[in-house]
Design a protein around this ligand. Sequence first.
Ligand SMILES: [Zn+2]
Length: 93
Amino acid sequence: MSDKKQNNRKNRNNMDDDFNPKFRKVRKKVCPLCSNKDLVLDFKNAEQLKKFVSDKGKILPRRATGACAKHQRDITLAVKRARHIAVLPFIQN
Ligand SMILES: [Zn+2]
């Protein structure tokens, strides 16, 4: 009984060594707006803002855009302004 338990634990540990989602090596994303000082958000520039919205037209989360908190706020504001002037769609299909 106890022997079986031991084996199970051993197997699980081995699996953890191979791939454990908790300790996955993730490259830290660098904020695209901090790294490129020339890039200035413009709510009239749809091509630029398309990088920050999903194919359904939703604003991508920070984990997807890699933007810092400050610039994610700027992105959100720019996308919302763009939607209001019909440069970007509110929804897409
Ligand atoms: Zn930033």
